[in-house]
Design a protein around this ligand. Structure first.
Ligand code: ADP
Ligand code: ADP
Length: 236
């Protein structure tokens, strides 16, 4: 079964002038487990809104949102909190805690959840920092890191709860092209190593071409096209 399934999802916003704007229009989408899925579209197409619907940061006005087989729109607050552990997210601006070390940033979602022993947190943080190539930086503060390193910390933090799904909202838009390339390679490595399903939203076709196996184009809140990107030669 797909790890993410949207069924006729609708999301509208009331504008200050009293009009209603349909940001996502009767949109259906299935993403299989382990996929690297790109969503591209112009500014205002509804990309962020779509990711926020998958994370239930926004509630749909109509339709269903399934992640890991559960319809998120029917969950209680408590069930939703548990289910959110299954969905990691990273952002253009990294959103790190500035006054916390790299270690504490990555440990943060585990401590909040309150179900992990100190030894388990320690092991998971180390494991996730290794995965993003920052094993040596755990005592640094975000201000001491480059943009690419900050985004790697954000990825480690998102992966710490061991989610099935990693949502990436314009993750390379604040990075130069060389740093972007390295970060995309890291995301692809992570997908191959731990099998986490990656959904990445961007306005840059070059980003999804490098990383993704499936790409969908969003325009005015609708999916207008979906296609497979030719796989890079693999060493099978
Ligand atoms: P994208 O990520 O593709 O740039 P967004 O999902 O951010 O698009 O936005 C799609 C449309 O929905 C935009 O026109 C935006 O102004 C509108 N929108 C998004 N969030 C809100 C909100 N909270 N209130 C009002 N309008 C919103
Ligand atoms: P204590 O000394 O009280 O037993 P720890 O040594 O386990 O506690 O951790 C104290 C604090 O040090 C933690 O809250 C965390 O902020 C930080 N910390 C622990 N391990 C690491 C690490 N590998 N890298 C960076 N900071 C760490």
């Amino acid at each position: 079964p797909p790890v993410i399934r949207l069924e006729s999802v609708q999301k509208s916003f009331a504008l200050p002038n009293g009009e209603v704007f349909d940001a996502v229009r009767s949109l259906s989408l299935e993403i299989p487990e382990g996929e690297v899925f790109g969503l591209i579209g112009k500014s205002g197409a509804g990309k962020s809104t779509l990711l926020r619907l998958i994370n239930l940061l926004e509630r749909p006005d109509a339709g269903k949102v399934f992640v890991g087989g559960r319809d998120l729109t029917t969950l209680s607050r408590r069930e939703l909190r548990d289910t959110r552990q299954n969905i990691g997210m990273i952002f253009q601006q990294f959103n790190l805690l500035q006054n916390a070390t790299v270690f504490d940033n990555v440990a943060f979602p585990l401590r909040i959840h309150g179900r992990h022993s100190r030894a388990e947190i320690d092991a998971r943080v180390r494991e996730c920092l290794e995965l993003v190539g920052l094993g040596e930086k755990s005592y640094s503060y975000p201000a001491q890191l480059s943009g690419g390193q900050k985004q790697r910390v954000a990825i480690a933090r998102a992966l710490a709860p061991r989610p099935q799904v990693l949502l990436c909202d314009e993750p390379t838009s604040a990075l130069d092209s060389e740093t972007t390339r390295a970060l995309l390679e890291t995301l692809r490595d992570i997908n191959q190593k731990i099998g986490v399903t990656i959904v990445i939203v961007t306005h840059e076709l070059s980003v999804v071409e490098v990383l993704c196996r499936q790409v969908a184009i969003l325009e005015l809140g609708r999916l207008i096209e979906q296609f497979a990107v030719d796989a890079a030669p693999s060493a099978e």
